[in-house]
Design a protein around this ligand. Structure first.
Ligand SMILES: Cc1cc2nc3c(=O)[nH]c(=O)nc-3n(C[C@H](O)[C@H](O)[C@H](O)COP(=O)(O)OP(=O)(O)OC[C@H]3O[C@@H](n4cnc5c(N)ncnc54)[C@H](O)[C@@H]3O)c2cc1C
Length: 436
């Protein structure tokens, strides 16, 4: 392991977590720490970055990072991050210090260290340029390490595909401690870490991303229709047309239970990003999706960076510096994603609304994955994500995400829906079995 790698180790925080009693694990810890110290470079001491349960701040540091309420029970082995758990002893590398983002203006690329969040990435891009962006998720606190290595879908995906479609190089530490780049790791491994989950293959230190062009002014809208205002017909129509709309237009449908007077109903929000002006969007919507009944005042012309905030539910005018905020008030929920490959029938929509009203604290997001023919270079096995394998045939594919607070599966006549905690990137690729 070279000096550069040792330096990298010293900027990680390392948590040693054992599911066996701590005393019994002592020996293993000692051996592990001894092994690390053999590799230590005097200029970059690693000891200060290691937290074992013997360290007085172990619990404080650990709990401050836990995002999954299940991991807060005293009996659960404590991992960090958002998506994983293990019953075997394990080490956690906290990459939060590896968050630099450096641009190459000539090639419109950037090296993004794997500890940077999406919010930090979007903020850095916007500081650099008003006409560049990067296609990735809408949730701003996701880490680029896990998010990119799982695929990374978001509201630019109809135009530019997934995050991994726009990754051109990566640096990874392999199990032997070597730092590899795309050349030295080879195309197979480079293929695998772009959708196959990074942790199976090594520790990704940084990604080289290709930025994508966007207009300086984009258009955003968020309009709601309740059941009483004909939401079922509008959603049904949207399901039919969403994948046929120009790829510059992304529309998410988000049904949610609301109280109107003394009655509960479902309000479906249609939230959209259009890579163009309101003047261009208006005739397009009138032609392809008049059922939504958009009014000129619904269309907000703004910058791409502001849409990252609006999609994350920040009010209009929120300073972009909130993108740098790594902590948000925790909201606990479970969610699950599936790919629906046939149009959802109107009667099934009605059943979903009925079940949602019964359960109340649930909401669903439906997104249209782009339709491409097989000659498109993005289709086929260019990357190992499950989304891609689902769209090999040119059929509409809607990504449905259900969110719910609470533990019980969502069940009802005509509807079986088992919420589980899963990252979007790790979803099962089953189609329509949530509508059994
Ligand atoms: C609230 C929420 C919203 C989401 N929204 C979206 C969305 O819009 N689009 C989307 O595509 N996905 C979305 N996801 C899923 C998200 O992309 C995955 O959960 C992703 O794995 C999170 O990565 P992380 O680094 O933040 O989490 P972590 O839990 O830290 O990491 C996840 C996995 O990646 C591994 N990993 C992390 N960093 C590295 C690294 N540097 N090297 C090797 N392996 C690494 C970890 O070991 C772990 O197995 C969402 C998830 C949540 C919780």
């Amino acid at each position: 392991m070279g000096a550069s790698c040792l330096h990298i180790l010293s900027v990680f925080s390392m948590f040693l977590v054992f599911s066996v009693p701590w005393a019994a694990a002592d020996l293993r810890v000692d051996t592990f720490l001894q092994c690390l110290s053999y590799r230590e470079h005097p200029s970059y001491p690693i000891s200060g970055a290691i937290y074992t349960p013997d360290n007085s701040s172990f619990s404080d540091v650990l709990y401050s990072y836990i995002r999954n309420r299940r991991f807060m029970t005293s009996t659960t082995p404590k991992p960090l991050g958002q998506s994983y758990v293990s019953n075997n002893p394990f080490v956690i590398l906290d990459l939060f210090n590896l968050r630099s983002i450096t641009f190459d203006d000539a090639t419109e690329t950037a090296w993004v260290q794997a500890g940077a969040t999406l919010g930090e990435l979007y903020h850095a891009i916007a500081e650099k340029s008003k006409t560049l962006a990067f296609p990735a998720g809408v949730c701003l606190t996701l880490g680029t390490g896990g998010h990119f290595s799982g695929g990374g879908y978001g509201n630019l995906m109809r135009k530019y595909g997934l995050s991994v479609d726009n990754i051109v190089d990566a640096h990874l530490v392999d199990v032997g401690g070597r730092i590899l780049d795309r050349n030295s790791m080879g195309e197979d491994l480079f293929w695998a870490i772009r959708g196959g989950g990074g942790a199976s293959f090594g520790v990704i230190l940084q990604w080289k991303i290709k930025l994508v062009p966007i207009p300086e002014v984009v258009t955003y809208f968020k309009v709601g229709r309740t059941l009483e205002e004909g939401a079922t017909d509008v959603v049904h129509r949207w399901i039919k047309v969403a994948h046929k709309l120009p790829e510059e237009l992304f529309i998410r449908a988000q049904p949610q239970v609301v109280q109107v007077g003394d009655q509960k109903t479902v309000n479906v929000s249609f939230i959209a990003l259009f890579l163009g002006s309101a003047q261009e969007l208006k005739p397009l919507m009138e032609r392809d999706f008049p059922e939504l009944g958009l009014k000129p005042e619904d269309l907000k012309e703004t910058s791409w960076i502001e849409t990252t905030l609006l999609f994350a539910d920040f009010p209009s005018g929120t300073p972009t510096t909130v993108l740098l905020n790594r902590t948000r008030t925790p909201i606990y929920f479970k969610f699950k994603s599936d790919y629906v490959r046939k149009n959802i029938k109107k009667e099934d929509l009605t059943l979903i609304w009925k079940k949602m009203i019964e359960l109340e604290k649930v909401f669903v997001q439906v997104e249209s994955i782009w339709e491409k023919n097989e000659s498109d270079s993005r289709v086929c096995n260019s990357i190992p994500t499950q989304i891609r394998s689902q769209i090999q045939n040119p059929v509409p594919s809607d990504l449905v995400r259900g969110w719910r607070r609470g533990q019980q599966p969502l069940r009802g006549p005509g509807l079986t829906y088992k919420p589980e905690f899963m990252g979007g990137s790790t979803s099962r690729t089953i189609s329509e079995d949530w509508l059994e």
